[in-house]
Design a protein around this ligand. Structure first.
Ligand code: GNR
Ligand code: NI
Length: 181
């Protein structure tokens, strides 16, 4: 197991479309394990492979509460196969946009289809924080960040601050209050 460095925006790698995984093999499983370890350490509720510089369609998540048992998910080639008509607005953060938060509107409930660690096709229904995070992570695989759902004004304000922080050689602590919700 290893901790992987998380890429901070702005960075061209966060804008790329990630490629499907052809086969879930040992290397895929090792990457998923490293991503989970990195996510828990951050701490974060989810992590997408492009955030650690791997442009492959792999995401990991755990939306369990602090006092609950861990509930890790590792998904390969995830896709939304159902979304609710009803939307939900919730505050999002991103390990690649440290210290910035904003409300994003997305479908409240979803069904995701993916390959699990063994390469088996699975489907999972989610709502609440897990549904939000699955959509946020799948966005990463398309090169989309949560700020892309905001007005240009709000988006540019956040991106300008991150650019300044990078120029100042500052790597802000990626604190996303993962389990505070
Ligand atoms: O840790 C995270 N918390 C979070 C909170 C609300 C909505 C989405 C997220 S995902 C984020 C981790 C991350 O950046 N994943 O890509
Ligand atoms: Ni993110």
């Amino acid at each position: 197991m290893a901790l992987l460095p998380i890429i901070i925006a702005p960075d061209p790698r966060l804008k790329q479309i990630s490629a499907p995984v052809a086969r879930v093999d040992e290397a895929t499983r090792r990457l998923m394990d490293d991503m989970l370890e990195t996510m828990y350490q951050a701490p974060g509720v989810g992590l997408a492979a492009p955030q650690v510089g791997v442009l492959r369609r792999i995401i990991v998540l755990d939306a369990s509460k602090k006092d609950e048992e861990r509930q890790p998910y590792a998904m390969v080639n995830p896709e939304l196969v159902r979304v609710s008509d009803q939307d939900m607005r919730s505050e999002e953060g991103c390990l690649s946009l440290p210290e910035h938060y904003a409300d994003v509107v997305r479908p409240a409930a979803i069904r995701v289809r993916y390959l699990d660690r063994e390469g088996e096709i699975r489907e999972h229904d989610a709502e609440g924080l897990l549904a939000t995070c699955i959509q946020h992570e799948i966005d990463h695989l398309e090169g989309i960040l949560f700020v892309d759902h905001l007005s240009a004004l709000k988006r540019n304000m956040i991106l300008r601050k991150l650019t300044k922080a990078k120029k100042a050689g500052k790597a802000p602590a990626p604190a996303v209050a993962a389990k505070a919700m």
